[in-house]
Design a protein around this ligand. Structure first.
Ligand code: HXC
Length: 511
């Protein structure tokens, strides 16, 4: 019979074995590649000593290819829960040192279990992905495991925040779990995602492309719009995830967490009076306005490298998290196109699902004209943003800084699609289109000087916010320097907003 000492020794040995993962040689190789191990990443992500591991002793059940003699405790994924800034979160981290972090039936069951637990307890789930994909030795059992995870991702969508960090390879169908989650973080130089890798592409289409170019962090953050954040290394990725979680409620039944605000809510900034140039064709960076207004000038931008003609992200006003959507005239004059519409639409829906009020800054000359946009379906994609804003029932506060032209005026959280408070700066220009375009259409055969007069006349009549204010479409024309307090007042006024869409199974957003 085993003595008490023997039993404790066995317990300690098993724990040590589980924590060693695939062994020191593989850990060294992993470190040499500039990557941290699954457990080191979890340590960086969570508050110190809060991690509780679940299913540490799970092993795979495969009997093919000699696998019955090749079992490692935990089977390539570390799962559990812990805290970020004292708030409960669930986490799974694929361990590349164990069978390349590949997904076995047992491994998938662990992820499904922790995701279900996160949903039941109403707390975010964070997945740290670093995997060679389906466990080759297990075949269809692994595919079934993936599908089970996808199913839980969809069930959890809009219920708890789901966040994915890609910390190494993520290829084939495996990319679809991160794709179903709310945010994707990627690490420069060490992470990549693609449905089919460079070798298959070369065989099928004869295209030659590197892994990095095909699916590296910069590709997905700037070109495809698949990812939302880029980190320089593993540690920075974990710090950014901690910051992101700080803006989010734990689930869709809660409000986002309020932080004590030490920034004066009445703070006025003279700088704001002159950021928007008098010349309507001169660009400026909307981020300068956002950062001047929000608490501690802290704006956590989402997708900063993609569709830069629209800026989205989180900030706080009087300590309360808000989601910001802003046309950015610094890039393509802030025009709405396919990419900016889909980028903003998904963000608006995230904020609405998780009770995060929306602040919209408007300076938009309209939708981008051209065959590329029309053939690409700007009608359908622009409609996504319109739909998302109209459907959102969270507090919606809009501030027109300059241009609000044409259909884009309607789309950008106008009064007509349910915004609660609509402000404009005195520099606001609310019209069907810009003066030059309007005159070109209304008067076809004018001399140069008549044309200049007509443009001036149109500007006087329409390039201001007062007609809209007269009609009640703008609630108040405000001084730029008082933006901070005005937005905070509007948010306070909306604090108990209670609005619901008509009962339905779900709407039919133009996908
Ligand atoms: C089992 C795997 C594995 C896998 C890697 N390993 N991928 N074991 N199943 N899918 C093991 C290796 O045998 C090796 O074991 C260890 O992990 C590290 O792998 P290396 O190849 O030495 O590492 P590296 O050179 O860094 O290359 C990493 C890699 C490569 C690019 C990910 O391993 C690779 O191409 N793996 C296969 C990728 C793949 O085709 N997966 C299936 C995709 S299809 P040892 O014992 O030597 O340390 C798919 C379908 C999902 O995933 C469908 C969902 C619907």
């Amino acid at each position: 019979m085993l003595t008490l000492e023997d039993k404790i020794k066995k317990f300690e040995e098993l724990n040590k074995a589980a924590e060693e993962g695939g062994g020191q040689a593989r850990i060294d190789k992993h470190h040499a590649a500039g990557k941290k191990t699954a457990r080191e990443r979890i340590n960086d992500l969570l508050d110190p000593e809060t991690f509780v591991e679940v299913d540490k002793m799970v092993t795979h059940r495969s009997t093919d290819f000699g696998m019955e003699k090749n079992k490692i405790l935990g089977d390539g994924v570390v799962c559990g829960y812990g805290k970020i800034d004292g708030r409960l979160v669930y986490v799974f981290a694929q361990d590349f040192t164990v069978f390349g972090g590949s997904l076995s039936r047992a491994n998938a069951d662990k992820i499904v279990k922790i995701t279900k637990l996160a949903m039941k307890m109403g707390a975010p789930i964070i997945g740290l992905n670093d995997s060679g994909g389906a466990r080759i030795q297990e075949g269809v059992q692994s595919l079934a495991g993936y599908a089970d995870i996808f199913y839980q991702n969809v069930r959890g969508s809009g219920v708890i925040p789901q966040i994915s960090a890609i910390m190494g390879p993520c290829a084939g169908g495996a990319v679809y779990s991160p794709a179903l989650t709310d945010f994707i973080m990627m690490v420069k130089d060490t992470s990549y995602m693609f449905v089919t890798g460079p070798d298959v592409i070369k065989t099928v289409t004869h295209e030659e492309v590197s892994k990095e170019e095909l699916g590296g962090a910069l590709t997905h953050n700037s070109k495809s719009g698949v990812a939302h954040f880029t980190a320089d290394n593993d540690e920075q990725a974990m710090m950014m995830l901690r910051e992101l979680i700080g803006f989010l409620p734990s689930n869709n039944m809660e409000d986002p967490p309020v932080k004590p605000c030490t920034d004066n809510i009445h703070r006025e900034d003279e700088k704001l009076q002159t950021i928007v140039p008098a010349d309507p064709n001169k660009p400026y960076d909307i981020k300068e306005i956002i950062e001047t207004i929000v608490d501690d000038h802290n704006f956590f931008e989402v997708m900063p490298l993609y569709a830069q003609n629209i800026t989205i992200g989180f900030a706080r006003l009087a300590g309360k998290p808000v989601g910001i959507v802003a046309n950015n005239p610094a890039n393509m004059a802030g025009v709405l196109d396919i990419n900016s519409s889909t980028k903003a639409a998904r963000f608006v829906r995230f904020c609405d699902a998780f009770n995060i009020p929306l602040i919209t800054f408007v300076d938009v000359p309209g939708f981008l004209p051209g065959t590329a946009q029309e053939y690409g379906g700007i009608i359908k994609h622009g409609a996504k943003l319109l739909y998302a804003f109209a459907e959102a029932t969270v507090p919606k506060i809009t501030l027109i800084t300059r241009k609000a032209y044409g259909g884009a005026y309607d789309v950008m959280a106008s009064k007509h699609i349910g915004a609660d408070i609509n402000y404009s700066y005195p520099t606001g220009e609310i019209a069907v289109m810009g003066a030059e375009g309007a005159v070109n259409i209304m008067h076809k055969s004018l001399t140069e000087s008549e044309r200049a007069d007509a443009i001036e006349d149109y500007r006087d009549k329409f390039a201001h916010p007062y007609k809209a204010a007269e009609l009640g479409y703008i609630d108040e024309v405000i001084q730029p320097k008082e933006s901070r307090y005005k937005l905070i007042q509007a948010l306070e006024m909306c604090a108990n907003k209670s609005e619901q869409n008509p009962p339905k199974k779900h709407g039919n957003i133009p996908l």
